[in-house]
Design a protein around this ligand. Structure first.
Ligand code: PMP
Length: 456
């Protein structure tokens, strides 16, 4: 599909300037101080690359917001959307529609265990909102526990569940949410020295949190299988099984959030496949159709589905299972099978990304830790490897964030578009990326890390 180096169209700076001017006048951007941003005007994209109106091309090591798992403009998915638009562009949710039922069937086939019914949403946050609602109605309890180092979305309940500082400005207080510490050995909340210790102490901490909150008041525990934007912390072996056991012991619904980690990102269909764990509810979005049309959902186990077999589920969305989004999902999942996309992410993750990142870590004092799996990797940048002091302070903005800003600018100048959050750069290219593209990206990353090194 596509060529690794797409032909760039003629530069058209005039159109670019007009696009930018209208954007600056009228588009209100997410997570931004509106007057302090300077968004790139994008002219087009293909495969692992996108380009601007000035004739600059970027290798996308961010997959947008970690969602273009099959890359940009896959011709088969574009054609499927066009075909569906011509046939039946939209239809209300309370009907059986071919694209919708086929998407649900293909998703249910891939999810672990008995997660066989699919509730469709328009994205990840709505999936989290509905998973929590299902858990509350199913258990008749209200409290939900989530991890501090987490992100679950930017709607009312999802932002409260989110554990990282993106929650602060709009946190509505408790809203039935309690946070706890999940394992993260590099910055262990439990002063653990190895993974086995981290796992054991994290489970003991969770168990005592449950005891003091009152397990009979807790509807659900929600965890990202592998926390994504909070730093790609692969959990130690045994941790998720331990959480599963605690949930079973106390009748608590176990929700795994696979919005970012799912659909090939971790080199498996779902990150949960690495840990041999089956949640009661699993949220997904992003990679399900590579974000070509907004789509998310909740995969529901037999146990929870049973609750709503004879009484209504008290929730719904006008665009639940939108035909265009579902047609894009059907085409995406077929492309992933035909092109071995999951296998590609697994193989290149192990054979190329991990060894290259470990080589970079040896050469660059700013790299404190390399972690990840599949096409889902993070470099934790530090001022000092011994103390592990982050390269920029937690949640830094403005001047305080200058070292990360300089690193990002250096990468972009070399044609690499990185994914940066706090003191980390994540290496999350499309799961269809080629070895040549990865090698090209690592040359640019190497040079950009030299800029980060100046701040150690
Ligand atoms: N959960 C996780 C794990 C996510 O990474 C995200 C988005 N980054 C969300 C939920 C929210 O998804 P959306 O932005 O589609 O609402």
């Amino acid at each position: 599909h596509g060529s690794p180096l797409p032909e760039l169209p003629e530069p058209d700076p005039q159109t670019g300037a007009a696009v930018k001017a209208a954007d600056r006048a009228h588009v209100f951007h997410s997570w931004s101080a509106q007057d302090l941003i300077d968004p790139l005007a994008v002219a087009g994209a293909q495969g692992s690359y996108f380009w601007d109106y000035e004739g600059n091309r970027f290798l996308d090591f961010s997959s947008g917001l970690v969602f273009t798992n099959i890359g940009y403009q896959h011709p088969k998915v574009v054609a499927a959307i066009q075909e569906q638009a011509g046939r039946l562009a939209t239809f209300a949710p309370a009907f059986a529609v071919e694209a919708r039922s086929e998407a649900a069937r293909l998703i249910a086939e891939r999810t672990p265990g008995d997660l066989d019914k699919i509730f469709f949403t328009n994205g990840g946050a709505e999936a989290v909102e509905n998973a929590v609602r299902m858990a509350r109605v199913h258990t008749g309890r209200t409290k939900v526990l989530s991890a501090y180092r987490s992100y679950h979305g930017s709607t009312a309940a999802a932002i409260n569940l989110t554990g990282d500082p993106r929650r602060w400005a709009s946190d509505s207080g408790s809203a039935g949410v309690v946070h706890f510490w999940a394992p993260f050995l590099y910055r262990s909340p439990f002063y653990a020295e190895n993974e086995a210790q981290e796992c054991e102490r994290a489970l003991a901490h969770l168990e005592s949190t449950l005891a003091y909150e009152g397990p009979q008041t807790i509807a659900a525990i929600i965890l990202e299988t592998i926390p994504g934007t909070a730093g790609i912390m692969t959990p130690p072996p045994g941790y998720l099984q331990g959480v599963r056991e605690l949930c079973d012991r106390y009748g608590i619904v176990f929700i795994l959030d696979e919005v970012m980690a799912g659909f090939g990102r971790a080199g498996t269909w779902f990150a949960a496949d690495h840990y041999d764990v089956v949640p009661d509810l699993m949220t997904f979005a992003k990679g399900v159709n590579s974000g070509y049309v907004p789509l998310g959902g909740v995969a529901i186990s037999g146990k929870i589905a049973e609750t709503f077999a004879k009484r209504p589920y008290p929730g719904g969305l006008t665009y639940s299972g939108h035909p265009l989004a579902c047609a894009a999902a059907v085409a995406t999942l077929k492309v992933m099978d035909e092109e071995g996309v999951v296998e590609n992410a697994a193989r290149l993750g192990t054979e190329v990304v991990e060894p290259e990142l470990r080589r970079l870590a040896e050469r660059h004092p700013s790299v404190g830790e390399v972690r990840g799996v599949g096409m889902f990797w993070a470099l934790e940048l530090v001022k000092d490897r011994e103390t592990r002091e982050p390269l920029v302070p937690y949640n830094a903005t403005g001047e305080a964030n200058a070292p990360m800003a300089a690193f990002g600018a250096a990468a972009k100048k070399r044609g690499l578009w990185p994914f940066i959050n706090m003191n980390r750069t994540h290496v999350v290219p499309p799961c269809t990326v080629t070895e040549e593209e990865l090698k090209e990206g690592f040359v640019a990353l190497d040079e950009a890390l030299s800029v980060a090194d100046e701040h150690t």
